[in-house]
Design a protein around this ligand. Structure first.
Ligand code: 1HE
Length: 261
């Protein structure tokens, strides 16, 4: 089957087991237009098997200014619903895709840009990063799954505050709410992101699958179902040849120790 063409707004570079995916539309502050969103879908559905983690970053001074507002103004209600559902489909393919995604954020991480970051698994923020949900001031609403994913990260109340007041939060404050996992100095995000993505890529693929797909489902299920699912997943994981080989390596002093740092 012919591969869909990659839009100019996305760049891809392979670094061993890690694929670097870069938002590359800095002249429009990486605003997410249809071509970019569909390009993300094409990228995540055609990942080569050797890729074990993705690093998502952005060119220019800002991670993303969110939805490309120039495309929104021509949509009817029906088209607006369909537009949002396409974002849902694509961001679902990221969150529940084949490999974990590490995102490096800097500058504006706004609206749909924050929704995109929230669909990824590890978020590194450079100190320049700031977060906002200015949908209210534009007369629109979240549409890229943010009303589901963001409350899980920072709570409904904080999402309400961001949306109603249009306030911005900086990298450090965002970190305290749970918008990022790590804050690093400006310019240090990419190196940190690569380090983390490479580390993620060395995990057993089945364990990464369980973390991405099973853990969030367990977290949202009733405790009894969650515990049962956990036991089943644990048994499947530890029964794999990969787990047996890794455990043998440790017991025969070849496995890496868990050291502080
Ligand atoms: C855009 C967009 C955009 C910039 N759609 N074109 N998002 C927002 O409400 C954020 C809107 N953007 C901004 O507030 C600012 O652009 C920034 C703070 C991010 C950056 O400011 P600055 O001074 O560096 O850049 P700029 O001069 O504002 O923008 C440079 C160009 O990018 C300019 O185009 P040009 O042709 O005049 O050069 C801008 O028009 C263009 N640009 N942001 C389209 N967002 C699924 S639902 C999600 C809902 C949302 O995401 S709502 C949030 C929308």
């Amino acid at each position: 089957m012919a591969q869909p063409r990659r839009p100019k707004s996305l760049k891809v570079e392979r670094r061993g087991a890690v694929a670097n995916l870069t938002l590359a539309r800095p002249e429009k502050r990486n605003a997410l237009n249809d071509a970019t969103v569909l390009g993300l879908e094409a990228f995540f559905t055609t990942l080569p098997t050797g890729v074990k983690a993705v690093l998502l970053a952005a060119e220019g001074a800002h991670f993303s200014a969110g939805l490309d507002l120039s495309e929104l103004k021509i949509l009817s209600t029906e088209e607006g619903i369909e537009h949002s559902r396409v974002w849902h489909r694509v961001f679902d393919k990221i969150e529940f895709g084949r490999v974990p995604v590490v995102t490096v954020m800097h500058g504006a991480v706004v609206g749909g840009g924050l929704e995109l970051a929230a669909a990824t698994h590890i978020r590194v923020a450079e100190r320049s990063a700031y977060y906002a949900l200015p949908e209210g001031s534009r007369g629109i609403f979240l549409g890229g799954g943010g009303s589901v994913r963001l409350p899980r990260l920072i709570g409904v109340s904080r999402v309400m505050e961001l949306m109603l007041t249009g306030c911005t939060y900086g990298a450090e404050q965002g970190q305290t709410f749970g918008l990022s996992h790590i804050v690093v100095d400006d310019g240090a995000g990419l190196a940190k992101g690569i380090e983390l993505a490479e580390r993620v890529a060395t995990n057993a693929p089945l364990s990464n699958f369980a973390v991405m797909h099973v853990l969030p489902r367990i977290a949202e299920s009733d405790p009894a179902s969650g515990l049962l699912t956990e036991s089943l997943m644990a048994a499947i994981a530890q029964g794999s040849d990969d787990a047996k080989a890794r455990l043998k390596d440790f017991l025969e002093k070849r496995g890496k120790k868990v050291l502080r740092g």
